[in-house]
Ligand binder design. Structure first.
Ligand code: NAP
Length: 248
């Protein structure tokens, strides 16, 4: 029970990596407030399944790209549970195309959901974490943010921006015992990747040193480590969970 008594907010946890993080946090004794944007049915099912296992969990429909929603969410969580110890900025989208064809709207939407959301949520939990002189903020970036990717200029920029944000928050808030770290997953097999052609996916698997795509649980395990006191001397870092795709 590495997270016993801790209260966590996880954005974008109705499915995929976020859902797995929510399940792992509950298994480690945390209380979980998670968000989603459109998957109300999945969110209700998840809330029921997490509470059936004896955990305390609640889903909130909340647009991470909107400051107003973030502030409202944190207020509701504080009213319900009295604090926030862990924030996982996981909500993310892709809208891929070559730069030549990318519209301003495609750029703005991806930057807002993936990067501005980190600013919105982090700023909204700051006061309560500062008061507690404790907190762990985990931002889900991507190896694409580390090395770039053709056809994903918007996504790569948002994920690289998260890395700069993570380091700056770590420098600003270390003296208050608030830690800020990023996870950069590689190719993780979720609904986000299910839409892809199987032959292409197999080619990717073969190019990964560990010869497989990652699972949402691989990312969730890293998240538990960074959320817990096991990582109490770790801040400002990026943990690549990518089967060796990135080695620096
Ligand atoms: P996913 O299966 O598509 O799930 C995305 C989640 O984000 C859903 O719960 C979705 O809610 C939520 N969401 C989308 N827009 C939102 C918004 N504006 N406000 C709040 N929630 C929102 O994605 P995933 O593969 O699990 O990815 C999770 C994170 O890991 C993302 O940040 C992604 O960029 C990153 N990542 C993924 C991979 C990979 O290979 N899968 C690799 C590197 C990094 P609804 O269900 O309501 O739409």
């Amino acid at each position: 029970m590495l997270l016993k008594g801790k209260i966590a907010i996880i954005t974008g946890a109705s499915r995929g990596i976020g859902e797995s993080i929510a399940r792992s946090f509950i298994a480690q004794g945390a209380t979980v407030a998670f968000t989603y944007i459109g998957s109300t049915e999945r969110a209700v099912e998840l809330e029921e399944s997490l509470t059936a296992e004896g955990g305390q969990a609640r889903g909130f429909k909340s647009d991470a790209s909107k400051m107003e929603d973030a502030e409202h969410l944190v207020k509701e969580v504080l009213d319900a549970y009295g604090g926030v110890d862990i924030l996982v900025n996981n909500a993310g989208i892709t809208d891929d195309t070559l730069l030549m064809r990318m519209s301003e709207d495609q750029w703005d939407r991806v930057i807002n959901v993936n990067l501005k959301s980190c600013f919105n949520l982090t700023k909204s939990v700051l006061r309560t974490m500062l008061k507690a002189r404790s907190g762990s903020i985990i931002n889900i970036s991507s190896v694409v943010g580390v090395k770039g990717n053709a056809g994903q200029a918007n996504y790569a920029a948002s994920k690289a921006g998260i890395l700069g944000f993570t380091k700056s928050v770590a420098l600003e808030l270390g003296s208050r015992n608030i830690r800020s770290n990023a996870i950069a997953p590689g190719f993780i097999e979720t609904e986000m990747t299910e839409k892809l052609d199987e032959a292409t996916v197999q080619g990717w698997r073969e190019g990964i040193p560990l010869k497989r795509g990652g699972t949402p649980e691989d990312v969730a395990n890293a998240c538990v480590f960074l959320a817990s006191d096991m990582s109490s001397y770790v801040t400002g870092q990026t943990l690549n969970v990518c089967g060796g795709m990135v080695t620096a």
